[in-house]
Design a protein around this ligand. Structure first.
Ligand code: SAM
Length: 312
């Protein structure tokens, strides 16, 4: 297994936090959820009964493996964006005779653990772990001359605004090259009740995950935010087709972070994440604008989740 490190500085964390908290409305980039604790919490979210997304996508992947195998070249490089626990890709590595697996993630500790475990189980796959932030320019990737298939599961494309999603897909097209493909998973549910339950699990794991952003600011940036100053809030914004996650100030408060002071009124929020549930029509337009074209699509029996194979 080979580890590639592309440094992500504590300085850019501080800069993005200060910029986000100074803006109106106040925001923090969701990529900063993922330190070691955040990654473990996300893994736990995937096991919550209300969080249908992982189960439905795994099931859909298993059921269409046959067709995916027929549509993609053998002996390819699989490049997973935001590989986390590398759970879903295991289904594909076995079935598709993948030559090389390149896992990209922003959390180096979880990335290393997950890819080491995977390399032990799949000794016929050449495993590369790339610690990088793909919301910036993609770093050079170990692709050699193998055909490239990008893998972007988990409906993580929904964390990007439409324009950001177009830009990301364009960047992927650049490294995938001519004939490159991407297999992308997208939650397209519009069931408010089910969506809000998924992002407000009864065990409170998503709440801990959201609040972990503040924990990280305390630890890495010396933020003096009181333990109970903010609470988790997630709701479906139907006109925008997205789940919004916020941290809501529980009372008037002032705190310092990286040499800056911020004051919040009671009820004021920090918007930490969007999860767009892109309908087919909107996603089709995103794909077209980014220069990809649709090869195949599979939707689960409840019409909540779509897997799509795109080609450059
Ligand atoms: C929602 S989780 C999905 C994990 C897994 N792919 C799945 O489908 O269950 C998002 C993953 O992307 C990683 N991630 C988020 N933003 C990133 C960025 N800008 N660059 C690299 N990795 C990122 C996180 O660390 C996390 O592992």
């Amino acid at each position: 297994m080979t580890f590639h490190r592309h440094s992500i500085s504590a300085q850019s964390f501080a800069q993005e936090v200060i910029a986000g908290l100074s803006s109106s409305p106040r925001t923090l980039p969701p990529k900063y959820f993922y330190d070691q604790r955040g990654s473990l919490l996300f893994d736990e979210i995937c096991r919550q009964p209300e969080y249908y997304i992982t189960r439905v996508e795994m099931d859909l992947l298993s059921r269409c493996l046959h067709e995916i195998r027929a549509a993609v070249p053998a002996h390819s490089v699989f490049v997973e964006l935001g590989s986390g626990a590398s759970t879903k890709v295991r289904l594909l590595l076995d079935a598709l005779s993948v030559r090389r697996y390149v896992a990209i993630d922003i959390d180096p500790t979880f990335l290393l653990q997950s890819t080491q475990a995977l390399a032990h189980e799949h000794f016929n796959v050449d495993v590369h772990a790339v610690y990088a932030d793909f919301s910036q320019k993609f770093p050079p990737l170990p692709l050699d001359d193998f055909p490239v298939i990008a893998f972007y599961p988990g409906s993580s494309i929904g964390n990007f605004e439409p324009a950001g999603a177009v830009q990301l897909l364009r960047n992927i097209a650049t490294f995938a090259g001519s004939g490159g493909q991407i297999l992308i998973g997208r939650d397209c549910s519009t069931d408010r009740h089910q969506l809000e339950a998924a992002y407000n699990d009864k065990a409170g794991i998503t709440a801990k995950f959201n609040l972990n952003m503040l924990e990280r600011m305390r630890r890495d940036l010396g933020a003096d935010i009181a333990e109970d100053a903010f609470a988790h809030h997630a709701f479906f914004n139907a006109p925008q087709n997205r789940i919004e996650m916020h941290l809501v100030a529980q009372s008037h408060c002032t705190f310092g972070v990286a040499g800056h002071q911020f004051t919040f009124q009671a009820g004021e929020t920090i918007h930490t994440e969007n999860s767009y549930k892109y309908p087919d029509r909107v996603f089709h337009s995103i794909v077209q604008q980014s220069g990809w074209h649709e090869v195949m699509a599979w939707t689960d029996s409840t019409q909540r989740f779509t897997l799509q194979l795109l080609s450059t």
